[in-house]
Design a protein around this ligand. Sequence first.
Ligand code: NAI
Length: 253
Amino acid sequence: GKTLVVTGVASGIGAATAALLQRGGATVIGVDRNVPADFAGTFIQGDLSTPAGVAAVAERVPEGLAGLLNIAGVPGTAPWQTVLSVNVFGVRDLTRLLLPKIADGGAIVNLASNVASGWAARQLEVARFVQAADAREAIAAVADDPEVTGNSYRFSKECVRWLTQVQASENLGRVRVNSVSPGPVQTPILEDFKKDHGREKVEGAVALLGRAGQPQDIAAAIAFLLSPEAVWLNGTDLCVDGGLLAHRAVTAM
Ligand code: NAI
């Protein structure tokens, strides 16, 4: 069967995705800083917030992967430096190190967010940040920019949207790379989102939709992007938010 690396496997969307893929016959190598309570595959404990942590994880991953799911992430309630380290450079650097171990025809899915839908307005800044040679220097360089430090989660996910396109463009015909952008999903991170984005805003969205997204809703979209049926989807983002963004766009007119 296929072997897939899933980061963030100890909780929420990562755990649900690993379970779905395993039910479909895949071998899952799970990565997280926390030990999962209930995961049957090979587990690599590691911290994706530093280049050394990322390298230590990558070293333990075998060749011949069918794909990589960059699901681990931290909310904007964490220090902004951590948000940028994990959500942007953790994804970028782990992918860079694992790409040579991904077989031809493989696929990568990155977790973005529907809060990143305005990324194009900051395309140049986002592109520069993502391509920085040294993550620490890049993070230090935005310390004086309140648009970034005050909205680190949004900025990090805008970077993921751009990074996804960069990775797709660099691997055309070999490995497909797409992102998934959920709206509010019922996982432990949702409480942090309420603190970061405003309780009324998040709870209002959930009330409007009738429920929060469930981790399985997102796992299903990820599994589709990995499947042969998605062979012509590349460098794109799949928004999986129950229609929230569409509704906001229409009602804002
Ligand atoms: P979660 O908090 O349930 O799971 C995140 C996992 O990432 C945790 O197991 C955590 O230990 C791991 N992680 C965090 N920092 C790490 C590090 N430095 N090294 C290794 N592992 C680390 O959150 P959830 O909801 O499952 O989120 C998964 C992804 O989906 C994240 O990237 C998040 O930003 C994104 N997302 C979630 C939404 C939601 O409403 N739950 C909405 C939009 C995007």
